[in-house]
Design a protein around this ligand. Structure first.
Ligand code: ATP
Ligand code: MG
Length: 415
């Protein structure tokens, strides 16, 4: 698939922008802060309903404006679809597919798929477990949009269960400096409110385990499919056999966690039973701390190079190659699964790579249907890519000219 046209209104630094795009490689060149990343961020938003740079919508709306609009014309198998998102911070966003509004923004997921690699992705290797969980879950949604609903169900259940755990322990918390002794399993509870809260906990354990086991199962299958490509892609970029691996670290009890770490994907029923069992064993600790200690929200993906974990050991360049390897592997997986190329976005990537890695990356992405590249210095992007595609200059929040060519024709908005 490819993006044929992008329209922005009050998105980031753009009061308005119309950008025509073609299949092949497009390189956006401009000085720092001119609005290159803003353009590709908008395309990423159409695909994921989120930004790779910020967790909230407010910074996406141009300062002083109330809402932003991002609209893309997406071509897949010669069939074009218009997808539009209206981003209004503090209110529910709205979306359109073709000319019709859809019930929820997430109904447009799958219309455009992107794999975006940016400097922020270094946190996949160096950052908290939440970064790696997000990578898996976002890829899951790109692969099959229905997972978006499962994810949001899980988050809701988790929130309610945490609220319940907090309400189950009011006596333990109030006024005492030192946390008092938590109730022992099976010990009769004095406080009635607590007792009823704890009874309800079993119901929430059930919900958590039902939805949590589905999410876990999907993540494990995804990782199993991703790992062979990860090593391949890492090696292809770094030109050295690395044995780059990713294993899942589960919060389930030891026996199940060990099998999962070894690459096994247990059936959903077994994961569900394991989750219930583990929840039972940590009940006291959960009540004491007022948080849910078991489930996909506590898991991690351990990345390693040879025998060493990447986090804390890998060099800057190795970490960078690892993050790139993960994204390229994600690209291959989507391409294989969907029989269609996602849009590949490389934001500020080439400046970070040595010349060998640049050339090898260029060779790897040369056959992708659409590649969007941003670079402050055009010369950082290998000639082989720039010669094959077009270069667009970005200046002061305006897409000005195609470098060395004709000025870009503004294309009328598809009102
Ligand atoms: N909500 C917003 N309202 C107005 N301007 C914004 C908003 N968000 C970001 N900007 C501006 O957009 C510019 C950043 O654009 P962008 O990140 O696309 O730059 P870039 O061309 O990718 O630069 P670099 O080469 O440094 O990566 C900054 O000048 C920033 O102040
Ligand atoms: Mg940038």
């Amino acid at each position: 698939m490819h993006v044929r046209h992008l329209t922005l209104k009050d998105f980031r630094s753009y009061p308005s922008a119309e950008l025509a795009l073609t299949p092949g490689v497009t390189t956006f060149v401009g000085l720092n802060g001119q609005g290159k990343t803003n353009l590709v961020e908008a395309i990423g938003y159409l695909a994921t309903l989120g930004s790779h740079r910020v967790a909230t919508d407010q910074p996406l709306v141009r300062f002083g404006a109330a809402q932003a609009i991002v609209r893309g014309a997406i071509v897949r198998d010669e069939h074009e679809t218009m997808v539009e998102l209206e981003i209004t911070p503090g209110r529910a966003n709205r979306a359109r597919l073709g000319r019709s509004p859809v019930a929820r923004p997430r109904d447009v997921l799958g219309t455009v798929r992107t794999v975006l690699f940016a400097p922020e992705d270094l946190s996949l290797v160096k950052g908290d477990p939440s970064e790696r969980r997000r990578f898996l879950d976002e890829l899951l949604v790109q692969r099959q949009p229905r997972w978006s609903g499962v994810r949001s169900d899980y988050d809701k259940i988790l929130k309610q269960r945490n609220a319940l755990l907090k309400s189950a322990a009011p006596v333990l918390r109030k006024g005492s400096r030192r946390p008092p002794r938590p109730p022992r399993d099976g010990e009769p509870l004095v406080d009635e409110a607590r007792e009823s809260a704890l009874q309800t906990l079993d119901v929430w354990n059930d919900h958590l385990a039902t939805v949590g086991s589905q999410l876990l199962y999907a993540r494990l299958r995804l990782l199993r499919d991703l790992v062979p490509d990860l090593a391949d892609c890492y090696d292809a970029v770094s030109a050295a056999p690395s044995n780059a691996r990713a294993t899942y670290r589960s919060s389930l009890h030891e026996e199940l966690a060990a099998r999962i770490a070894a690459g096994e994907v247990p059936e959903i029923d077994e994961l569900r039973a394991g989750m219930l069992e583990t929840l039972d064993s940590v009940r006291t600790g959960e009540i004491e701390r007022g948080i849910s200690l078991v489930g996909p929200h506590r898991d991690d993906v351990v990345l390693s190079l040879g025998d060493l974990p990447a986090k804390g050991y890998a060099s800057h360049g190795e970490s960078w190659s690892f993050a790139l390897g993960l994204k390229l592997a994600a690209y291959r997986l989507l391409r294989r699964d969907l029989g269609d190329d996602p849009v590949l976005v490389l934001d500020d990537v080439f400046a970070e790579l040595d010349s060998g890695r640049r050339e090898r990356l260029a060779a790897l992405v040369g056959d992708c249907e659409q590649v969007l590249i941003t670079a402050a210095v055009g010369a950082d992007v290998p000639d082989v890519l720039r010669e094959r595609g077009s270069t667009v200059l970005v200046e002061l929040g305006q897409v000005v000219t195609e470098a060395g060519g004709e000025p870009l024709e503004p294309v009328p908005a598809d009102e």
